[in-house]
Design a protein around this ligand. Structure first.
Ligand code: CMX
Length: 133
């Protein structure tokens, strides 16, 4: 794994949260994207070399909707950048980590993604992501 690619934060109201983070970070949201497959709308911020992804649910069936219902707003996942997501998935599976998909999926911000179950990672949902280029 190369570095933390972004931190994902689950929010109830995307517009309000964007204003809050723009004020706090003193930088504008640089990208908004609807990810139909995950049932979320996202908003991205860059701060130095780091990124923050705000996630709001747009479908009652989404993982973020369930998270907000159960745990409320807050840190949802930590995403690590990898060069070869398939190799990293095989390595983690061989080490006994529980992956949430057998194949990488298309995620926000032009990435291939795969999640590791939070029970495998001390209560933190981990995302692997590889730039599609
Ligand atoms: N971080 C930490 N713990 C989490 C969690 C999260 N994001 N989401 C759920 N959990 C916890 C649950 O609270 C539950 O804890 P307890 O057993 O202590 O009550 C535990 O994980 C397991 O829950 P579960 O019943 O097995 O599964 P859930 O239905 O809660 O689903 C998960 C959890 C991780 C499998 C599901 O959220 C998932 O598939 N996530 C991957 C996809 C995703 O999150 N997409 C949104 C992001 C998209 C993007 O970044 O673009």
């Amino acid at each position: 794994m190369n570095k933390i690619e972004h931190l994902g934060i689950a929010v109830q109201q995307l517009e309000t949260a964007i204003t809050t983070y723009e004020t706090m970070l003193q930088t504008n949201c640089y990208k908004r994207e609807l990810v139909d497959a995950e049932g979320v709308e996202t908003a991205f911020f860059k701060i130095g070399e780091s990124k923050i992804e705000l996630l709001a649910s747009v479908a009652e069936s989404s993982a973020v909707h369930a998270f907000l219902q159960k745990r409320g707003e807050g840190l949802h996942h930590v995403a690590f950048a990898v060069d070869d997501i398939c190799a990293e998935m095989r390595r983690l599976q061989d080490e006994g980590f529980v992956l949430l998909s057998n194949e990488p999926k298309r995620g926000a911000d032009n990435k291939l993604i795969c999640f590791v179950h939070p029970k495998s990672a001390n209560g933190v949902l981990i995302e692997l992501c590889q730039d599609i280029g």
